[in-house]
Design a protein around this ligand. Sequence first.
Ligand code: HAX
Length: 435
Amino acid sequence: MSLLKQKLAGMMAKERDDVKSLKALGDKVIDQVHVAQAMGGIRGVKVLICDTSYLDPMEGIRFRGMTIPETRAALPKKAGHEEPYPLGLWWLLLTGEIPTMEEVLDLEAQVKAKSQLPQYIIDVLRALPRDSHPMAMFTTAIAALERESAFRKRYNEGMTKAEYWEPTLEDSINLIAKLPLIAAYIYRMKYKGDEHIAANPEEDWGGNFAHMMGVENPEYKDLMRLYLLLHSDHESGNVSAHTGHLVSSALSDVFYSVSAAMGGLAGPLHGLANQECLKWILDLMDHFGGRTPTKEEIEKYAWDTLNSGKVIPGYGHAVLRQTDPRYAAQREFALKHLPDDPIFKTVSNVYEVVPGILKEHGKAKNPWPNVDAHSGVLQVYYGVKEYDFYTVLFGVSRALGITSQLVWDRALGYAIERPKSITRKMLRELAEKAD
Ligand code: HAX
C-alpha cells in the first residue's frame, strides 16, 4: 500500500467520528440567506464544507491552515530547486500534514507508475478540430479517461460506502499522473508542429510537465512548480471546485467530476481570465506601438475598457478584498527573475493604476488584482506565448485541489447536493413576509 493511502487509512476513524458529532448538531442555525444572495450566485452563504483550504477575504488562501509563504517554505524541494514538489502540496491538502521527503518520493513513484497516455486518448485528441479551444480538448480527454475508473468498477461490484474513498484516491492518482501528459500533448499538437516530447523519468511531476511542453529552462521548471502550487486549491465555493463537488455528490467518479469542473474553469470570469488578462495587457501595449505605456495612458485605456461595458480581467474577486497573495507570490518571482521585462513593467504599472480606477468606477467590491493578473507575463517570458493554453495550466493545478476535496467528500460520506429552488413569485412573497 502506498504511504499516502496508509496515512489516509489511519485518519479515517477520527475524521468520521468528527463528522458524526457534527451531524448531532444538525438543527443549529449557522447562517441566513438574503434575497441578494439568492439572486447573486449564492454569494457567501455558508453551505459547503471543505477542510483542504480556507479563503479569508483579507489574508487570502491558507492550505490546511498554512499561508502561501509558509507552505512554500515548509514543503520538501528537489535538490538545487527553489520551489517545492507540487505533489508535496497535494499530500498536504489530502492529509493536513507536511510530507517527509520519503513520503513525497513515494507519491512521485505512485504517480509515475501511471504516467502513460492510452492510445485512445491520443486518438480522441487527434480527432478534434485543431482550432478547438485547448480547454475543450482538455475537458474531452478527461471525460474520455473515465473508461479507466476504478470507482465505477468497484461500485458495480458492490463495494461498501466506507470503501468509496479508496478507488476515489486511485482514480485521482491515475488522473493526476495523466493530466500533464494530456496537457503537453495538446500544447505540442496545437502549437509546436505536432512534435511530441517523451516524459523524462528523472524529473518530478511538475518539472516533467515543463519538459514535455518543451521548456527546459530550470527557472521555468521552478515557475511551473510554483504555478501548480498556487492555482491548486481555493476552498470549495469557486465555480470549478464546487462543480467537482456537486458532480461527485451523485457518486459520479473523479473523471466525470473533474471534467465537469474544467468546463467551469474555462469561463472568462473564472480560470479563462488568465488568457483574457494577458491579451488585455498585450492589446494595451500594441495600442501604444508595442512600448510600455505611461500610467496616464493605462488610465485612459482602462476607462475605455470599462466604458465599453467590459470587465478589466485579472481584477476583482467574489471573496477576496485585498491583493491576492497568489498575485503577490508571482510578482515576487518576477521581481527576482525578470525585473526589467517590458510586459512585467506594464503589469506593475497596471497594478498601480487600475485599483484606483475601479474604486472610482464604484462597482467592483474588490479593486485589487487576483491570481490571473500575473500568471501570463511569466509564461510569455519563458516562451509559452500561446495564451489560449493558459487555462489548461490552471486546470492541471486545480485538479490537485479538486481531487483532494473529492477523496474526503467520499470518505466522509457527504450527501448528494440538492439546494431548493423557488419561483420569483415565491421569492417576492418570502421577502415581503420577512419584513
Ligand atoms: N472590472 C469591471 N467591473 C468589475 C470588475 C472588474 N474587474 N470586477 C467586478 N466588476 C463589476 C461586476 O461585473 C459587477 O457589475 P454588475 O453589478 O454590473 O453586474 C459589480 O462590479 C459587482 O461585482 P462584484 O460583487 O465585485 O464581483 P463578483 O463577485 O460579482 O464577480 C469576478 C467576481 C471575479 C467575476 C469579477 O470581479 C470579475 O469579473 N473580474 C474580472 C474577471 C476575472 O479576473 N476573473 C478571475 C477571478 C479569479 C478567478 O476565479 N480565477 O480563476
